[in-house]
Design a protein around this ligand. Structure first.
Ligand SMILES: [Zn+2]
Length: 300
């Protein structure tokens, strides 16, 4: 990154490395990411530049923006960015360890990270707060809505994923997803409109059958979830880690929609009861209603 220009994920070059946001918030420790010369800018930004990302702050307990505040002299001068490949590699792609602090703009508390760059790969080797703490902070709002078992498994899934455990984390997520799908089908069945042959369907067809009660985005991209029909022995660590974020996002979307519907139903019930109370009062005051309905005579 040149000078004191602030980098964002949107203007990062497309490279083999994931976005800065993904590296900081989603990547497990010790997950070696291949690097090459195209990653110069991204590595350099992490190593000594300035950037900002959107992230959940576990201290504010709210969505926030995290920024680095490094002095301009720490960043690579613009001229170096245009130097020869050999020269650039000797400046920003030097193997070694480095760290960074990104601070919440709301409370000023920091998230701290440590990295190792070798000639072939780039790894996150330490961070505080842990990925598990950051990853599960946004789950707190679902605690009251989920059963104790589902909430515990959702947190456990996030924790295992944070430690780079693919199949184990995915199994927990899959159990929660399947239970949610089953609960939604049961609700339809209770209303007298069950999906025919539901138990025999593949997951993507189950999702299609439940289109009326599931988030539209989930229904639209249901083919992605056909992975949930693959037997556990057919899965590998990398595939599970790759699909974990989309399955978790689908679970949170379902929960968000269910919570919104429940709140709407509660608000409607409250309005109904308030209207009923007013109607009751009005009925008990017929003269008042009669008077209100008659034209007020113009004073002489
Ligand atoms: Zn904060």
């Amino acid at each position: 990154m040149a000078g004191n220009e602030i980098a964002t994920n949107e203007n990062m070059p497309i490279t083999a490395l994931p976005s800065i946001k993904e590296i900081l918030l989603d990547r497990s420790l010790y997950d070696a990411m291949p690097v090459n010369e195209d990653d110069l800018e991204a590595i350099d930004t992490l190593r000594r530049g300035n950037f900002q990302i959107d992230a959940f702050c576990i201290y504010c307990n709210a969505a926030s923006i995290f920024k680095t505040f490094r002095s301009i002299s720490n960043t690579v001068p613009k001229s170096i960015a245009s130097e020869s490949r050999a020269s650039r590699q000797s400046t920003s792609l030097d193997p070694g360890y480095f760290g960074l602090n990104a601070s919440c703009v709301r409370c000023s508390r920091s998230y701290t990270y440590y990295f190792l760059l070798t000639n072939l790969s780039f790894s996150k080797i330490g961070q505080y707060p842990s990925l598990e703490d950051i990853g599960s902070a946004d789950l707190v709002k679902y605690r009251k809505f989920l059963s104790k078992a589902d909430y515990a498994e959702l947190k456990r899934a996030s924790g295992l994923f944070a430690h780079g455990i693919g199949i184990g984390s995915f199994v927990y997520l899959r159990r929660i997803f399947e239970r949610l799908i089953s609960v939604h089908h049961q609700a339809l069945a209770n209303a007298g409109t069950p999906v025919p042959n539901f138990d025999g369907l593949h997951m993507d067809d189950k999702i299609k059958g439940l289109a009326s009660v599931l988030p539209p985005a989930l229904v639209k991209h249901r083919k992605v979830y056909s992975i949930l029909s693959i037997g556990i022995h057919g899965l590998d660590e990398e595939t599970c880690r790759k699909y974990f974020p989309v399955v978790k996002a689908a679970i949170l979307q379902i929960l968000d929609q269910d919570m919104a519907r429940k709140e709407l139903a509660a608000a409607e019930a409250l309005l109904e009861s308030e209207i009923a109370a007013i109607v009751g009062e009005v009925k008990s005051l017929p003269k008042l209603v009669q008077r209100a309905n008659t034209t007020v005579p113009t004073p002489k």
